[in-house]
Design a protein around this ligand. Structure first.
Ligand code: OKS
Ligand code: ZN
Length: 363
């Protein structure tokens, strides 16, 4: 059985970004999720689409504990407090957005990095770009988004008390997660939802073989970084070559130490047709099968769509059906958590999700 999870709190995050040299409403918008929900509501998946109740009150301590396995306490404290701090210091108005402007850079001093004293500058210590604004409700939304990954993983875990026949959970996360490396926000990501799913699964089964298939248009630099030396997590990413986030995603990034060989980057030239995409997918899936993946996480982005403003592949709506079917056929019995990452064409994102679900279920 396939279940789709979302949380109304995730709709509250609505910020700005620098695109080109213009400050604009962030393309990663609540309208994306609303469009997906609308499509699901008018489909056979309506009954399987479940809103999780709001966590406010505040996040559960288990969620925070699992999150802090990847994200430092200081970083999480920053995400939680920075908006109020800027507001109190008069740096923004009530409806304002925290946006960094000066970032960490390499030096030859050998000194450990420290957050700057200056409150305005400090935002840059915890971010790597200007696509990760923080407004009044952002923290609430990121926690709700992360919670979907956590709850979704629990539902899939056979070690849970609830016996069920759920083999797939699609978590409609926003903000997304795959660019966050645990210490820095960027590319619309603040908490790495995939890493949280790994921690959650490991809280039930510590030695599991976990596979992550990242099929967002962009390289998941954050997920790669978090699991780079991890022998029990195989990360496979198909993404646009030389595209955002620019400094990662090359084939020679294969993992380190015990994790050597456990990081597989499959960059693809922009403009690539679906045939070439599917070749990379077959290769990645073969590796995930050989690894004997016991729990599969799919970082799913619809910015591979041909008309996406931030992606440049030639993937069309019907291709998501093929991508999903191929993936599910390769890893048939494996419990799977599908996490929403990017995808910015509001008019088509709903149909693209339906196409993906159709392919997954038909496998
Ligand atoms: C410029 C836009 C930067 C691209 C962010 C890409 C986000 C994404 N402000 N990652 O998967 O979709
Ligand atoms: Zn993306």
């Amino acid at each position: 059985m396939l279940v789709i999870l979302w949380d109304p709190d995730t709709l509250l995050h609505k910020t700005v970004e620098l695109l080109g040299s213009n400050l604009i409403p962030a393309l990663e918008s609540p309208e994306r999720l609303e469009a997906i929900l609308k499509a699901l509501h008018n489909s056979e998946y309506r009954a399987g689409t479940r809103p999780l109740s709001s966590l406010w009150e505040g996040p559960k301590s288990r969620l925070l504990e699992l999150t802090s396995e990847t994200h430092g306490h200081e970083y999480l404290r920053h995400l939680r407090n920075v908006y109020e701090e800027w507001l109190s210091a008069g740096l923004i108005e009530q409806d304002g957005h925290v946006l960094p402007e000066c970032f960490v850079f390499p030096t030859s001093t050998g000194k450990p990095l420290r957050p700057p004293r200056d409150l305005f500058a400090r935002a840059g210590y915890y971010a790597f770009d200007m696509s990760s604004g923080i407004m009044s409700e952002s923290y609430r939304a990121m926690i709700a988004s992360a919670n979907l990954a956590c709850e979704g993983t629990d539902m899939l875990c056979g070690f849970d008390d609830r016996p069920n026949d759920i083999d797939t959970v699609v978590a409609l996360c926003r903000p997304p997660g795959h660019h966050c490396d645990g210490q820095r926000a960027g590319g619309y990501c603040y908490i790495n939802n995939a890493a949280l799913a790994v921690s959650t699964w490991r809280s039930h089964q510590s030695d599991a073989q976990i596979g992550i298939l990242d099929i967002d248009f962009h390289h998941g630099n954050g997920t790669q970084e978090i699991f780079y030396a991890d022998a029990k997590v195989l990360y496979v990413s198909i993404h646009g070559e030389d595209e955002f986030p620019y400094y990662t995603g090359v084939e020679d990034e294969t993992g380190s130490g015990e994790g050597k060989g456990m990081n597989i980057n499959l960059p693809l030239k922009v403009g690539s047709p679906i045939e070439e995409y599917l070749e990379k997918l077959d290769y990645g899936l073969k590796k995930l099968v050989e690894f004997k993946t016991e729990f599969l996480i799919v970082s799913l982005g619809f910015d591979t769509f041909h008309a996406d403003p931030l992606g440049h592949f030639q993937v069309h709506t019907e291709d998501y059906e093929t991508i999903a079917r191929t993936t599910r056929q390769a890893l048939k019995e494996v419990p799977a958590l599908v996490l929403l990452e990017g995808g910015y064409v509001i008019e088509h994102i709903g149909a693209n999700m339906l196409s993906f679900l159709k392919g997954w279920k038909s496998a």
